[in-house]
Design a protein around this ligand. Structure first.
Ligand code: NAD
Length: 361
C-alpha cells in the first residue's frame, strides 16, 4: 500500500497558521491578506466567550455575528445565514468555533462564493476539508466543493482550553477515526498515509496526556496542543483520502440504533483496524509505532481504555438481538472498497467481535 511506484494525489490549497495565542494577534492581517474588508462572523452559543475575546480586535471589519449555529446545519439555518451575508454585503466569512460553526460558514460560502477564514475551537477538522453538509427534513446531505474550503485556518490551541475534558476526548477520538481510516480508502496515497500516521501519533500522545493531566494545567495545555496539531493533520488526510468501511459501519449503526457518536467510533475502530491490519503492509508497523504497541489494534484498545472510552459495542448500547439487523444494514452498503476484501460473512464476524470485544482474525 505504501509502495511508491505510482499514485495520484489531489492536494488541496490553504494557508495554515498554528500557535498558542495566535488568534488574538493575526486575524486582522489575515483577513486583509484575503482582501476582506467587512465580514460576517459565525460563532455558536458555546463559542460566545471565545468570539467575545477575539472579534473586538477586528473593529469595524466585523459587520455582524451569526449566532444561530446548530448541529448538522439545518436548511433553515443555512438560508438565514446566507440571507444575512447578502443583506450586509460582506466580502468574507469568519468562523470561530467547532465543526457545526465551520459547517455553517462553509454552506454560506457555497451559496455566495465568499472566502472563509476559519478559527477552529474543537478537533473536528472540518476547516481543512472541502466537504459541506446540509440537513433538510432530518436528511443530511454532504458534498464536495472547493468553494467551501477555508482559504486560511488559524489553529490556536488556546481556544480549545475551555472544551470540557470529556468533549475534548470525544473530539480527539473522532479525529483519530479520520486518520486511521485514511490509511485504507480508495484515494489514500503515500502522502496522506504519512500525514495519517503522524496524526495518530500526535492524537494518541495528546489523548493519553489529557487523561493523565489531573490538575496539572501545564500538562493539560500541552496535551491540547498535541490534539490541535493531530486534528489538523487528521482533517487534512480525511479531506483527500475520504472515509471507508469504519465510517460506513458507524453511520449505519449510529443512525439505526441511536448510538452515541464518538463512543461508537471508539468502540468500532480497533476491530476494523484488526481486520485490515494484515493487508496494510509496513503501514501497520508504522501505525503500531505511532500507538506504542507493535499490534496497532491492541494499541488502540489500550488507548481507549486509558481515556475511559468504550472498547466494544455492547458498552455503547448495542444489544445481542440487534446484531442481525446491524449486519444487514452494513451489508446493504456492499461492495465497500477495503484493503482486505469483505462480504457479508466477514461483516458479521467483525460486528460480532466488536459487539462482545473478542479477537478478530
Ligand atoms: P460542535 O461544533 O457541534 O461543537 C459542540 C459543542 O461544543 C457546541 O455547543 C459548541 O458551541 C461547543 N464548543 C465548541 N468549541 C468550544 C470550546 N473551545 N469550549 C467550549 N465549548 C465549545 O462539534 P464538533 O465536534 O466540533 O463538530 C461536529 C460537526 O462537524 C458535525 O456536524 C460533523 O458532521 C461536522 N464535521 C464536518 C466535517 C467536514 O469535513 N465537513 C469534518 C468533521 C466534522
Amino acid at each position: 500500500m505504501t509502495a511508491m511506484t505510482s499514485f495520484v494525489y489531489d492536494a488541496l490549497p490553504g494557508r495554515i497558521l498554528f500557535g498558542e495565542g495566535l488568534a488574538g494577534t493575526v486575524l486582522a492581517d489575515e483577513l486583509a491578506r484575503l482582501g476582506c474588508t467587512r465580514v460576517l462572523a459565525f460563532a455558536g452559543e458555546g463559542e460566545r466567550d471565545i468570539a467575545a475575546r477575539l472579534l473586538p480586535t477586528l473593529g469595524d471589519v466585523v459587520a455582524d455575528v451569526f449566532t444561530g449555529v446548530r448541529m448538522h446545519v439545518p436548511a433553515e439555518v443555512a438560508v438565514a445565514a446566507t440571507a444575512r451575508a447578502r443583506e450586509l454585503g460582506v466580502d468574507g466569512l469568519l468562523s470561530v468555533g467547532g465543526g457545526s460553526t465551520t459547517g455553517t460558514a462553509k454552506i454560506v460560502a457555497r451559496e455566495t462564493g465568499l472566502p472563509v477564514l476559519a478559527v477552529p475551537t474543537t478537533y473536528a477538522g472540518s476547516e481543512v476539508t472541502p466537504v459541506w453538509g446540509l440537513t433538510t427534513d432530518s436528511r443530511k446531505e454532504t458534498g464536495r466543493d472547493l468553494a467551501v474550503l477555508p482559504r486560511t485556518v488559524v489553529y490556536d490551541p488556546e481556544l480549545t482550553w475551555s472544551l470540557p475534558r470529556p468533549m475534548a476526548v470525544a473530539s480527539g477520538l473522532n479525529a483519530m477515526a479520520h486518520s486511521v481510516e485514511a490509511l485504507w480508502t480508495e484515494a489514500a496515497n503515500p502522502v496522506t498515509s504519512s500525514l495519517a500516521v503522524e496524526s495518530v501519533r500526535a492524537l494518541a500522545q495528546g489523548l493519553r496526556a489529557l487523561a493523565d493531566a489531573g490538575d496539572d494545567e501545564v500538562a493539560d495545555r500541552a496535551a491540547r496542543r498535541d490534539l490541535t496539531y493531530g486534528a489538523y493533520l487528521a482533517g487534512s488526510c480525511f479531506a483527500v483520502a475520504g472515509s471507508g468501511l469504519h465510517h460506513k459501519i458507524c453511520h449505519a449503526l449510529g443512525g439505526a440504533f441511536d448510538l452515541p457518536h464518538a463512543e461508537t467510533h471508539a468502540a468500532v475502530l480497533p476491530y476494523v483496524l484488526a481486520y485490515n491490519a494484515p493487508a496494510l503492509g509496513d503501514l501497520a508497523d508504522r501505525l503500531g509505532a505511532a500507538l506504542g504497541d507493535p499490534d496497532p489494534a491492541r494499541g488502540l484498545r489500550t488507548l481507549a481504555a486509558h481515556v475511559g472510552a468504550p472498547s466494544r459495542l455492547a458498552d455503547v448500547g448495542l444489544r445481542d438481538d440487534q446484531l442481525a439487523e446491524a449486519v444487514d444494514l452494513v451489508a446493504a452498503k456492499l461492495p465497500i472498497h477495503n484493503p482486505r476484501p469483505l462480504g457479508r460473512d466477514e461483516i458479521a464476524a467483525l460486528l460480532a467481535a466488536a459487539l462482545h470485544g473478542t479477537e478478530i482474525r
